[in-house]
Design a binder for this molecule. Structure first.
Ligand code: NI
Length: 175
């Protein structure tokens, strides 16, 4: 268990297409544990492996729909994810742990169906709505070298925000 450092915004690993996971052994389990630890330490709601410098198709997500709920939401761990269905489109504000100090209004599908594999390599099929669907799209983008700034309609849709602080009201979710 370890919190790993996030790579810098300009690290080329963030712009590469990550490698498919083919070995579901001890190294992967340790990577996933570290990713969950890192996501929680950074108070993020999602993290993709390239964000800690590992070019592999692995993502973790933990998000609770109920903001007043002190409990963390359900934990999703997904390898080799692929969006197989998407519906609707809605702009909403999101931030990224790899672009600290900024937020943007990003149009994304409101519903997605994602297929992939769990930590043991078993097939997984997830249907997500609303902000959870947004997080899946954001993290899967990371695995293809894409950042949210590539998806905003114009530069005016990106703005500066205060660095994340504990318990801030209306804080932008970082993914
Ligand atoms: Ni991100």
């Amino acid at each position: 268990m370890a919190v790993r450092p996030l790579v810098q915004t300009n690290d080329p690993v963030l712009r590469q297409r990550a490698q498919r996971v083919t070995s579901f052994g001890v190294a992967l389990q340790s990577l996933i544990t570290d990713m969950v630890d890192t996501m929680q330490a950074q108070k993020g709601v999602g993290l993709a492996a390239p964000q800690i410098g590992v070019s592999q198709q692995v993502l973790v997500i933990q998000f609770s729909e109920n903001e007043k709920d002190a409990e963390r939401g359900e934990l999703y761990i997904l390898c080799n994810p692929k969006i197989v269905r998407r519906r609707g489109e809605e702009p909403e504000t999101e931030g990224c742990l790899s672009l600290p100090g900024f937020a943007g209004e990003v149009p994304r599908a409101t519903m997605v169906t994602v297929k992939g594999q769990d930590a043991e390599g078993k097939p997984v099929h997830i249907k997500a709505h609303g902000f959870l669907a947004r997080i899946f799209q954001h993290e899967i983008d990371h695995l293809y070298g894409k950042l949210y700034i590539d998806r905003v309609e114009s530069a005016e849709k990106i703005w500066r925000v205060q660095p994340a602080g504990e318990g801030d009201e209306g804080e932008v979710e970082s993914l």
